[in-house]
Ligand binder design. Structure first.
Ligand code: NAP
Length: 269
């Protein structure tokens, strides 16, 4: 039996265990998925220990995604993003990936959104914003990053091919955009908050909200009212997990089984 898991602090309410265990059941992979919550100062010991114990793979979440970069051999995309959310413990040691990036592009593509040649606005320049900006640029989007702290958006834009960055006063770029990604935590557990005024939303837009609690944010509600294509944060969560499963096992992930498991747990909340 293989052991996979999630390392973070806290990890108590993670939806990854039911999602991955549904994948093992659907594919017949003999594995378990468990959560680990090391002390903040113990992440290096945790990764070394996991490797020594023969753990097959780990997802990594807040607050360790950046710290882990130095503890693994990151693939080029994870290195550019500056964060690792998936570790594969291979024979040559731990290799780090960032599957949040694929979570963004696969979620949009699954909703019929054409990325190549599109104009995208990413709101937020933290971990999710970095993954979204690199992923969209690599897929052929021209990306504008708008962030509350403008310097962070400008710094990120200087690393992302062809991107521009600015403060939230540049959100008017959404008028001419095809894709909007909310990569801020605005709207999380606070259904009355939105990072984007409704007047910027329009029918030619696809809107992905990285926030998945609640599943229907005010941003997505107002985007639907404006006639936009809406993609909720559970799609990103699902598809980063799908990508991790595929990295670990080399198999095609059972996407429907994972989606059903994930959404049944989301609706329990
Ligand atoms: P993070 O690194 O802490 O970044 C937070 C971002 O939100 C920053 O850009 C921050 O701006 C912005 N922000 C926070 N409060 C704000 C406010 N009141 N007004 C405007 N901007 C504000 O967090 P993260 O890891 O990127 O996560 C961001 C969100 O994405 C969270 O809700 C997280 O749950 C979600 N997420 C979802 C998935 C998924 O699979 N669906 C994956 C990863 C993350 P400043 O730079 O100005 O502080």
């Amino acid at each position: 039996m293989q052991v996979y898991g999630l390392v973070g602090n806290p990890v108590g309410h993670s939806l990854s265990p039911p999602m991955h265990e549904a994948a093992y059941e659907a594919t017949g992979v003999d594995a378990r998925y468990v959560t680990f919550e090391p002390e903040l100062s113990a992440i290096e010991a945790a990764i070394t220990g996991a490797d020594a114990l023969g753990i097959a793979g780990l997802n990594v979440t807040i607050p360790f995604k950046q710290d882990v970069l130095e503890l693994v051999d990151p693939d080029p995309l994870a290195e550019r993003i500056g964060a690792v959310n998936t570790i594969d413990f291979g024979p040559d040691g731990p290799v780090g990936y960032n599957t949040d990036a694929a979570g963004v592009t696969r979620a949009l593509e699954r909703h019929g959104v054409e990325l190549d040649g599109s104009a995208a606005v990413v709101v937020g320049a933290g971990g999710a914003g970095r993954a979204a900006a690199f992923a969209l640029a690599d897929a052929g989007s021209s990306v504008h990053i708008a962030n509350r702290t403008p310097a962070k958006a400008e710094e990120l834009a200087s690393a992302v091919p062809g991107a521009t960055g600015g403060g939230l006063d540049t959100l008017d770029r959404i008028h001419d955009a095809d894709i909007l990604v909310n990569a801020t935590s605005v709207g999380m557990e606070a259904p009355d908050e939105t990072p984007v005024p409704a007047s910027y939303l329009h029918a030619d837009l696809a809107v992905l909200d990285a926030v998945y609690t609640p599943i229907e944010t005010r941003l997505l509600r107002e985007a639907a009212d404006a006639g936009a294509v809406t993609v909720d944060g559970a799609w990103m969560l699902l598809l980063q997990g799908v990508e991790a499963f595929e990295v670990w096992t080399g198999l095609d992930a059972p996407v429907e089984a994972m989606n059903t498991a994930l959404r049944s747990h989301l609706s329990d909340d």
